[in-house]
Ligand binder design. Structure first.
Ligand SMILES: *Cc1c(COP(=O)(O)O)cnc(C)c1O
Length: 375
């Protein structure tokens, strides 16, 4: 068994994927071109956005967003304490300072009250300018935007949605990727929509930001083309091969994979109800279940479960063992009074089970049995 079996997906989509790859190879048009344009159009329509700009990876997508929004030295960028480093790392590259906020104990997403406390603490200190909030749809489960948006508005902060884990999910009838002034996603192979290498995308409704990001991702090109450089930018583009692979995968995600993820999660939920803390998906939300994470009652039990899984050769992961504020790279930063009780508790008790649309019921039962053996 694999933690995420990409081979099963390839076997299911092989004719379309092989044909798409073959046609790019024959065209010898490897960067940009028709498949990239077609993909951007479909991604924008799928997410419900006016513009989609593809790029090299999800980290670059965030960096392009931060650059386009003019985030830099002296700015504070707020971010949940439970996420992958890439949510805020590119802002640090630009000289901004990350300020972490605790999570809510049910969805493990950004806590709006902690966000507000941290904004007030930064304002009270007077050293940094509160500038932006990166809301992450952690594990594929949408953040509570109705609670976070008013805090951003009250303090004049720009909201960025990091939808790297949640592509295909939705919140109150709106797809992820549609929240914030800018949203980003990643096509890293094991994300809900993954390509065969690195890839990412930025989403916005603002034509000015669209224009700016399209310049920033090609060395700051100007109206005169790529040798008319008018600003410092990146070289961050999606390969035509990746776009060609993503198109049939996007169709599969829409047609069957999101439903299949829900079905796996539902079976796991039933099996573990009352025994472990199962994922909480709020009314009106649909999770992309990038990960299926459970919480054990305490660290000792979590560790006993995962060592038993290891013995049974059932793959598991811990997303994430360390909250952002405690990472070696960030732990010297001021924490503005936040103690992160929920983030610390989450890391101490979480573990994730195999989860992908092609996980067969027999395999699910094997996973369930192994976990229940310990309980
Ligand atoms: C994967 C991920 C990213 C970065 O994406 P890459 O394509 O790997 O650069 C950013 N944020 C979150 C929350 C992620 O999970």
């Amino acid at each position: 068994m694999e933690f995420i079996n990409l081979k099963a997906q390839y076997q299911a989509l092989k004719p379309e994927i092989d044909a798409a790859i073959q046609s790019v190879v024959e065209s010898t048009h490897f960067i940009g071109g028709p498949p990239v344009a077609a993909l951007e159009k479909e991604l924008a329509a799928f997410a419900g956005r006016k513009h989609c700009i593809t790029c090299g990876n999800g980290t670059d997508a965030l960096q392009l967003a931060f650059m386009a929004l003019g985030i830099g030295a002296g700015d504070a960028v707020f971010c949940p304490d439970i996420t992958f480093i890439a949510s805020v790392e590119p802002a640090c590259m630009l000289g901004a300072v990350p300020v972490f906020c605790d999570i809510v104990p049910d969805t493990y997403n950004l806590c709006p009250e902690s966000l507000e406390r941290q904004i007030q603490a930064v304002l009270a200190e007077g050293r940094l300018t509160p500038k932006a909030v990166v809301a992450v749809d952690i594990l594929g489960n949408p953040c509570d935007y109705d609670a976070v948006v008013p805090v951003c508005e009250a303090y004049g902060l720009t909201l960025i949605e990091d939808a790297a884990q949640s592509f295909g999910a939705s919140y109150k009838g709106r797809r992820t990727g549609s929240f914030g002034r800018v949203a980003t996603t990643s096509f890293f192979p094991v994300k809900p929509l993954g390509c065969y290498g690195d890839g990412g995308a930025v989403f916005t409704d603002d034509p000015e930001l669209d224009r700016l990001i399209r310049s920033l991702c090609v060395h700051g090109k100007g109206p005169g083309g790529k040798y008319d450089n008018i600003r410092v930018g990146l070289n961050s583009r999606l390969d035509a091969l990746q776009a060609a692979v993503l198109l049939p995968k996007l169709h599969a995600l829409q047609d069957s994979e999101m439903d299949a993820r829900q079905a796996v999660a539902a079976r796991y939920n039933t099996a573990f109800a009352g025994k472990l803390t199962t994922p909480y998906v709020a009314e009106g939300s649909v999770s992309a279940y990038a990960q299926y994470a459970l919480l054990a009652e305490d660290t000792a039990l979590r560790n006993r479960i995962v060592s038993h899984l290891k013995e049974r050769e059932i793959p598991y992961m811990i997303y994430y063992p360390t909250p952002q504020h405690a990472l070696p790279v960030y732990r010297e930063l001021p924490q503005y009074g936040e103690a992160f009780p929920h983030a610390n508790d989450y890391c101490a008790r979480t573990f994730s089970l195999p989860m992908y649309p092609y996980l067969e019921e027999a395999e699910q039962d094997q996973v369930i049995r192994a976990v229940l053996e310990v309980l």
